[in-house]
Design a protein around this ligand. Structure first.
Ligand SMILES: [Zn+2]
Length: 177
């Protein structure tokens, strides 16, 4: 496994719809491993393959102590309830904006061994699943904000110290002792 640089807002790969996985092979298992390790290192609740520059429909999540991954996901809202809460993105580091999401979702797909998987989640897991699935369609969470909030968010992001950098490698913060 290896920690892989995370692509930043502005990189075209984040705006490119990802292709379905066809081969459930060693390369896919390596991708899941890289996603998982990079997500842990960056302290994220989820990470999608396009964020590592890979145009495949795969993401990982880490919510409430549970780690998982989903290949070729198909996400359906469960019920009408929505929730607005602060959301962030490892490709837009340092920013959080209130974003409205479905409160409950069900998702089907496959694991890296090609076995069918179904997950149901609420709150943060539901939010992570929606956020990461958006990444696979080239959609970023700031796109989901209301017009005014989105314009304000984009203006803030333009001023980010990392704007135009392209990518960064997450590193563990080691205590000086
Ligand atoms: Zn994200």
């Amino acid at each position: 496994m290896s920690v892989t640089p995370i692509r930043l807002f502005g990189d075209p790969v984040l705006r490119t719809p990802a292709a379905p996985v066809v081969d459930f092979d060693a390369e896919l298992r390596q991708l899941v491993a890289d996603l998982t390790e990079t997500m842990f290192e960056a302290g994220g609740a989820g990470l999608a393959a396009p964020q590592l520059g890979v145009g495949l429909r795969v993401f990982t999540w880490f919510v409430d102590g549970e780690v998982g991954h989903l290949v070729n996901p198909d996400v359906t809202p469960a019920g009408e309830e929505t929730e607005e809460a602060p959301e962030g993105c490892l490709s837009i580091p340092g920013f959080r904006f209130d974003c409205r999401r479905h409160l409950h979702v069900a998702a089907t797909g496959w694991n890296m061994h090609g076995e069918p998987v179904r997950i149901e989640g609420s709150h943060l897991l539901a939010r992570a699943v929606q956020h990461e699935t958006d990444h696979l369609d080239g959609v970023l969470f700031v796109d989901r904000l209301d017009d005014g909030a989105r314009a304000a968010a984009l203006a803030e992001i333009q001023q980010a110290e990392w704007a135009g950098m392209g990518a960064y490698t997450p590193v563990v913060k080691v205590s000086p002792h």
